[in-house]
Design a protein around this ligand. Structure first.
Ligand code: ZN
Length: 493
């Protein structure tokens, strides 16, 4: 026993030593800009759903101020311009392109924050001068504007632009390849978003930012080009760890010749993939946008000073890989009665994202995704349901006028009495997302969720001796001992 404790103690020492060596200070100049981020954050971009028509005036602002020069390098299938913006007067060419997948806009938001920073003049002039004197920056924000318009991954030919690096049948892919061949930059940044449920290794930490220095061949060899990309990643990783510890991961490095990153790496461009994932209670990805800004600023500084050359390649092995250990809500050890069996198990619950008709906002629909024993699985929110029973909720009937008058505290009181649904006595209630409520509406006379089952709507109570302790409402955890707080959206059934 003592021996075991000693080993554990030693392991703790080793891991804390590792933690210290990982906690490296950002340069004071980058740290100062981080502290002043709100000054540079582009105020016109408030959510992830920016469209090409909203982006163009922002580009024009930076053209007018002469911070960037603009060149149109292509027209999308849906007739929208693809723009190449240039800034800086240095020798080292760095090319960045975002939103090749239309519904992956986090980095696009960050690029406009970056333009505001680099285009300004204030007490951070030293850092900006260092960057602009040493780098020639080439940006292609929103490479797939039609995808952004419809909030979809693919372009309007239904082709995934990031599987088009060889055939080049998409005008978007041709624009990117044409620019890369013309510029022949030393370094490239391929800016994407990934599934928000990815974790950093087998852990509770979401993979908020995942990096990859893509392979350029099937054996995944390392050469000088890929090595430089890896070292720049290591510099960015250190910076991110100081702001969001544990939320960085590595993307799968299997070679795929159809992808631009892999192809560019093979063309001699040190290419870095940045994938923006999820972060707790940041569905609009505004904190993740800020982390993108930090990652890029750190990269620019380290390229400008060549400080990335000091990074040891073996540290890349210490970054955990992307994993699938996260649910939106993970309920542990809940007692379930089903088909005449009583058993204790775990429930994994996810909220599917549903885009609005105009593709400019998102609502959520919570479902039970998994039921059963699970090892090293976590939730953005977790409930220890030891001693608690899965209990179907009741339907409260009232008039529409009474529903309209309910305040959050009254809704919470009804939930504590076992109700999760309201049925109007007079007329049909709306179906679909209901904003800023705690209770759902239903037109059914019976609750459809009687037992825990895969694919069921995540609408149930967790009770002790018949008394509700927690509720899961449209896939959101609600602690009934906490003050009443409305949810992003409940549902009309
Ligand atoms: Zn992508």
């Amino acid at each position: 026993m003592k021996m075991k404790l000693l080993i554990i103690f030693n392991l703790l020492l080793i891991s804390s030593h590792f933690a210290i060596s990982q906690t490296v200070q950002n340069s004071a100049a980058v740290e100062k800009v981080w502290a002043q981020y709100n000054k540079y954050k582009e105020p016109a971009i408030t959510d992830r759903f920016m469209k090409h028509s909203e982006m163009m005036p922002l580009i024009q602002k930076h053209v007018t101020s002469k911070f960037v020069t603009k060149e149109e390098i292509g027209i999308s299938v849906g007739d929208r311009s693809i723009n190449h913006l240039t800034a800086g007067r240095g020798k080292m060419k760095v090319m960045l392109w975002s939103q090749m997948h239309g519904d992956e806009s986090t980095a696009t938001m960050a690029l406009f924050d970056m333009f505001n920073f680099l285009g300004a003049s204030d007490d951070n002039d030293n850092l900006r001068k260092l960057i602009l004197d040493n780098l020639e920056l080439h940006f292609v924000p929103m490479l797939n504007p039609d995808g952004a318009q419809a909030w979809k991954r693919r372009n309007d030919l239904e082709i995934d632009v990031n599987r088009d690096a060889r055939m080049l049948v998409t005008p978007e892919g041709r624009a990117l390849m044409g620019l890369a061949k013309k510029l022949q930059p030393e370094i490239g940044f391929n800016l994407h978003d990934q599934n928000y449920l990815y974790s950093s290794g087998r852990s509770k930490n979401s993979a908020t930012i995942s990096f990859l220095a893509p392979a350029y061949n099937y054996p995944k060899d390392m050469n000088a080009v890929r090595k430089r990309a890896t070292q720049i990643i290591l510099a960015m990783n250190k910076a991110l760890q100081t702001k969001s510890r544990g939320n960085v991961a590595k993307y799968n490095d299997d070679f795929d010749p159809r992808c631009f990153g892999d192809t560019f790496q093979g063309m001699g461009i040190s290419t870095i993939l940045i994938e923006s994932g999820g972060f707790y209670q940041d569905p609009e990805k505004q904190f993740i946008r800020k982390l993108n800004f930090l990652a890029l600023l750190t990269a620019f500084e380290s390229i400008a000073t060549a400080s990335y050359e000091r990074e040891a390649l073996k540290d890349y092995d210490l970054i955990p890989e992307n994993d699938n250990s996260l649910y939106d809500v993970f309920v542990k050890n809940v007692t379930i009665n089903k088909e005449g069996h009583e058993f204790k198990t775990n429930l994994g619950i996810n909220r599917t994202q549903l885009k609005s008709a105009d593709n400019s906002s998102m609502t959520f629909s919570g479902r039970i995704a998994e039921l059963g024993d699970q090892e090293l699985i976590f939730g953005y929110d977790e409930i220890d349901a030891t001693g608690l029973k899965f209990t179907p909720a009741k339907i409260k009937t009232m008039t529409r006028a009474e529903w309209d008058k309910l305040n959050p505290q009254q809704e919470l009181d009804l939930i504590k009495e076992g109700y999760l649904f309201v049925k109007w006595l007079n007329g049909k209630s709306p179906t679909g997302a209901i904003k800023n409520r705690l209770l759902n509406l239903t037109n059914n006379s019976e609750n459809q969720v009687q037992a825990a089952g895969i694919g069921q709507n995540a609408e149930f109570l967790l009770t002790r001796d018949g008394k509700p302790v927690y509720a899961v409402i449209n896939g959101y955890k609600v602690d009934l001992n906490q003050p009443a707080k409305v949810l992003s959206n409940t549902y009309g059934y």
